[in-house]
Ligand binder design. Structure first.
Ligand code: ADP
Ligand code: MG
Length: 439
């Protein structure tokens, strides 16, 4: 099933059966015309297209964002329609609308606090209670998919509900806005927009790096808002100080309020997040499946949503409950894809680190017992976890030919069968390698 189909299966769960059968079911996803941030569906006639546009297009766009992490513009087109001027217009309009849109499901209720994000969570909560007073700006930083955007928008959603004007934007949109107002000589409108809002949320501020003119403009926006005690929240992948190519006056200002980090979630938080996502999306899974998913995903929480969406879509399609076996089957492919991404160098560095041996020693001709042992483990793991063939491995490890590799595999497999402690150790290593993010 393609992503467009998966999204419709997710939608099915949220809407009435009549709406689904009568309208949504008639959509076909155009893989040819869709891009990573632009989804095209074909409807059989204008009536259906209009109804879906009005009632479901936003929901579909939201599901795309949840599923892929990318803001997506959804276009519902007529099956035979050629791409004419009118559809281009619609597209432009929705793109313009995008930036102030908050994702309605990014709320505090839907956010799972845990020790990895406690500090940022509490800070965001406080800011939502006293915007512009306590921590201004609030600067949230951390790795990809750890919930920075969610947390920032949770504050935005609270304040928007209170009637405050909230702008959510990216550096790129800010820059586009700036240049187009410059070009059209409408800078007053630009200033009005960004300096008269109550709350400015600006995502992934690290992209300001080396953009001199945008930094200049942002500096003035920042000053204007702060002077008026308007709340500013920013996110980034690193601390202000560590953002290269950022003016010092901005770096220091970004630290005026509060700088809070989000760390990768520990197992318990991961489990709690999965439970939460199941609850929100009304997906029924047993605890053992939840635990299983928690152990196979990496740190990136965004992966959880993709996995759940996939399981849910397949379960609906095949009319089956999501059992452990079912999950393992469906996710086999996902895991294998991941596997293809594990490089031999990464395995070498992990094995070397865990067993306290230098990577160069593993590949050397050194026959000391400890090194031979480590080398065998590295070969075994490389064979299991990468797509490398035996001859390729022989070459990599400087062995005579593939029979030497096959001999090693046999030895390790024997050990695995007879030595429980050894098996635990190898399992642990495998887990570490498959769940670490490779740089
Ligand atoms: P970032 O902006 O840090 O890359 P996002 O805010 O886009 O990450 O989060 C990615 C996905 O993970 C979102 O769907 C978000 O809802 C979810 N997520 C991350 N952390 C949590 C959490 N603690 N509780 C619930 N959902 C979370
Ligand atoms: Mg983000």
């Amino acid at each position: 099933m393609n992503i467009g189909g998966e999204i419709l299966m997710m939608l099915k769960n949220e809407i009435s059966e009549i709406d689904y059968n009568r309208y949504i079911k008639q959509l076909t996803f155009s893989t040819a015309q869709s891009k990573s941030n632009y989804a095209v569906y074909f409807a059989p006639n204008a009536l259906i297209a209009n109804y879906i546009k009005r009632k479901f297009a936003d929901k579909i766009a939201h599901l795309f964002e949840v599923r892929t992490g990318t803001k997506t513009v959804v276009s519902i087109e007529l099956k035979s329609a050629k791409k004419g001027k009118s559809s281009a217009k619609v597209e432009q309009k929705s793109e313009k609308l995008q930036h102030s849109l908050l994702n309605p499901s990014y709320t505090f209720e839907n956010y799972v606090p845990g020790s990895s994000n406690q500090f940022a969570y509490s800070a965001a909560k406080s800011v939502s209670e006293k915007p512009g007073e306590l921590y201004n700006p609030l600067f949230i930083y951390g790795g990809v998919g750890l919930g920075k955007t969610h947390l920032m928008q949770a504050v935005g959603n609270v304040l928007q509900h209170q009637g405050k004007s909230v702008i959510y934007t990216s550096v790129e949109q800010f820059l586009n806005d700036f240049t187009s107002h410059m070009r059209n000589k409408t800078m007053d409108r630009f200033k009005d927009k960004y300096r008269k809002c109550d709350v400015l949320l600006i995502d992934d501020i690290q992209f300001l790096s080396n953009k001199v003119q945008t930094q200049e403009e942002f500096f003035h926006t920042f000053e204007a808002l702060r002077n008026e005690h308007k709340q500013i929240i920013m996110t980034a992948d690193k601390k202000p100080k560590q953002i290269a190519g950022l003016e010092d006056r901005l770096k220091s200002r970004f630290e005026w309020g509060l700088v809070a980090d989000i760390q990768p979630p520990e197992l318990e938080t991961k489990i709690a997040i999965i439970q939460k996502k199941c609850e929100i999306n009304r997906i029924n899974v047993d605890n053992d499946v939840i635990n299983y998913i928690a152990t196979i995903i990496e740190q990136n929480v965004r992966e959880i949503e993709g996995i759940l969406a996939k399981l849910h879509a397949y379960a609906q399609l095949m009319h089956q409950p999501i059992t452990i076996e079912f999950a393992q089957n469906v996710l086999k492919e996902t895991l294998e894809e991941k596997r293809d991404n594990i490089s031999i160098d990464f395995i070498m560095s992990m094995v070397a680190k865990e067993l306290n041996v230098k990577p160069s020693e593993i590949r050397s001709k050194n026959r000391s017992r400890n090194i031979v042992y480590t080398r065998r483990i590295a070969i075994y793991l490389a064979r299991e976890l990468t797509p490398m063939s035996m001859p390729e491995l022989a070459k990599y490890f400087g062995m005579k030919d593939h029979t030497a590799v096959s001999h090693t595999m046999k030895k390790i497999n024997e050990l695995l069968q007879n030595d429980e402690d050894f098996k635990v150790k190898i399992d642990e290593l495998t887990n570490k390698i498959t769940t670490s993010i490779q740089e």
